[in-house]
Design a protein around this ligand. Structure first.
Ligand code: ADP
Ligand code: LRH
Length: 481
């Protein structure tokens, strides 16, 4: 009987449970449950509803009529749960876009220089890294720290609810900016600097580790034991594991709420230049390193869609953008003002007004502004990637929900001059499943796994069109605040 695994993949905008079987060298997928995810706001703070996320996981698991051998969970990075000695949560689960860490990065780097933090962790400076969140947490809610036994990142917590076993998975641990990339362990000096005891962190496990079996009562009617296997629990680690690449000189964009653009490397790139460009070195599966940059991504269009009261689907917004006039205005999507503004449409309009550009008014104009701005960022990041890595790079793999946006795929090819390979859109769940099938002995290694992904799902090619019309705007763009 072929083995069957379930990936639970929860992004900032949606979650899904996907079941796989591995037969005749191919992965076959069946979506068994899908649900939306969104931050909740209370008293001016932003949280995740992890209880309802766990209920959705149980609903999905209980709903499948088929047997399965294992489950693995991945989610977005950096956010965490504190649990006490009885396994109960001791505080609400803050979402990384919460404003409590506005200005914290500067506070910490005035005590420990950014050069030193970067040398230790290799991680990019983003205002919401766990490092800054924990610093604020310890100061604003010291009672939580006193009552806490374990600090678990979100997928670690969900694995804990399934098994009763507390672990920290390696790939996600590296996103915290508290993990020493050379020693491959929590950095004592950084933890001391923010007043967090090292004892809060349970054992670090690597992707492919069997954490344990479902604890009693999770699926009462299930007679055979179900293993919980850690995938790359950081969703980006899982997405990149599933890149259907056949050669090595490629860049990737994991395109979802964020556009994570980078390369895979055998070793971290922690140079002065990579620090200045704010490239990150996140731990990947099988000792790979993701050298990448966070680009604000499709969060902008998600917010715009929400503010237009979901009157337009994503596909419609893409169509409206394609039909709008090109190059009217651009924003720097990575400006912190777009991280969590009160009103994204107004923020984009204000930015365009302040920078003396045409102000986008219609949904199509706003969407076009977002997509062109993202593609310009892709061009800029590619240039920087080439200079920090010394690699030529002429192929970009785009995976994730955003790879359905063919307009953006073509803009990416046009603006970067690279061939774009788009797909698979469920790369994150597939990468999660690959790690489980590797752990179960179905697939020998990552290289073979990537071939399986290509053969099972294929991808679509976008070649750069001979359009130079964007070039006059390029100079303006690089000077935008
Ligand atoms: P995350 O994992 O961060 O929640 P996903 O990988 O699920 O994100 O990707 C979500 C994004 O995919 C949406 O923000 C949207 O821009 C894009 N998307 C989804 N469906 C479509 C579609 N039909 N056409 C174009 N883009 C789409
Ligand atoms: C993408 C992602 C990204 C992190 C952000 C918090 O979902 O995990 O890699 O930087 O969310």
């Amino acid at each position: 009987m072929p083995k069957s695994c379930i990936a639970v993949d929860i992004g900032a905008s949606s979650g899904r449970l996907i079941r796989s079987t591995f037969e005749e060298g191919r992965l076959k997928l069946e979506e068994i449950h899908r649900f939306s995810n969104r931050m909740t706001e209370q008293d001016g703070h932003f949280f995740w509803d992890v209880d309802s996320l766990f209920q959705e996981i149980l609903t999905g698991l209980k709903g499948t009529a088929h047997r399965f051998d294992s489950v693995g969970i991945d989610t977005w990075g950096v956010d965490y749960v504190l649990v006490d000695k009885d396994g109960d949560r001791v505080s609400p689960v803050y979402a990384y876009r919460d404003h409590r860490t506005d200005g914290t990065l500067e506070k910490i780097t005035s005590v420990m220089p950014s050069e030193k933090i970067y040398e230790k962790t290799g991680i990019q400076f983003l205002p919401f890294n766990t490092l800054y969140q924990l610093y604020e947490h310890a100061r604003t809610r010291p009672q939580d720290m006193e009552g806490a036994k374990h600090l678990l990142l979100i997928p670690d917590y969900l694995h804990f609810l399934l098994t009763g076993i507390a672990t920290n998975e390696f790939t996600n641990a590296t996103t915290t900016q508290l993990f020493n990339i050379t020693d491959k362990r929590w950095d004592s000096e950084l933890l001391e600097a923010i007043g967090i005891p090292k004892s809060l962190f349970p054992v670090v496990v690597h992707p492919g580790t069997v954490i344990g079996n479902f604890k009693e009562g999770i699926l009462p009617e299930n007679d055979a034991p179900v293993k919980v296997i850690a995938p790359g629990t950081h969703d980006t680690a899982s997405a990149i594991a599933a890149i259907p690449a056949v050669s090595e000189d490629f860049a990737y964009i994991s395109s979802g709420t964020w556009s994570l653009m980078g390369i895979e490397s055998k070793t971290p790139i922690c140079t002065e230049l990579s620090r200045q460009y704010n490239f990150t070195n996140e731990g990947g599966v099988f000792d790979t390193v993701r050298v990448l940059k966070n680009i604000m991504g499709l969060w902008l269009i998600q917010e715009v869609k929400r503010l237009y009261k979901d009157r337009h689907s994503f596909a419609e917004l893409v169509r409206l953008a394609a039909a709008s006039e090109p190059f009217k205005c651009l924003v720097n999507p990575n400006s912190n003002r777009f991280l969590n503004p009160a009103n994204m449409v107004e923020e984009i309009q204000a930015y365009c007004g302040e920078t003396g550009q045409a102000v986008p008014e219609t949904p199509g104009e706003v969407a076009r502004c977002i997509f062109e701005s993202l593609a310009f960022q892709y061009r800029d990041v590619l240039k920087k990637l080439r200079s920090v890595s010394g690699k030529e790079i002429n192929r970009i793999h785009i995976v994730g929900g955003g790879c359905q946006n063919e307009f953006l795929n073509q803009l990416c090819a046009d603006f970067t001059g690279c061939t774009v390979q788009a797909g698979p859109m469920e790369a994150t769940a597939i990468g999660n499943l690959l790690l489980q099938h590797i752990a179960l002995g179905d697939i020998p290694d990552l290289k073979e796994g990537r071939k399986v992904v290509l053969e099972s799902f294929g991808n679509k090619t976008f070649v750069p069109s001979d359009s130079k019309t964007f070039l006059p705007h390029w100079d303006t763009f690089t000077r935008l605040p």
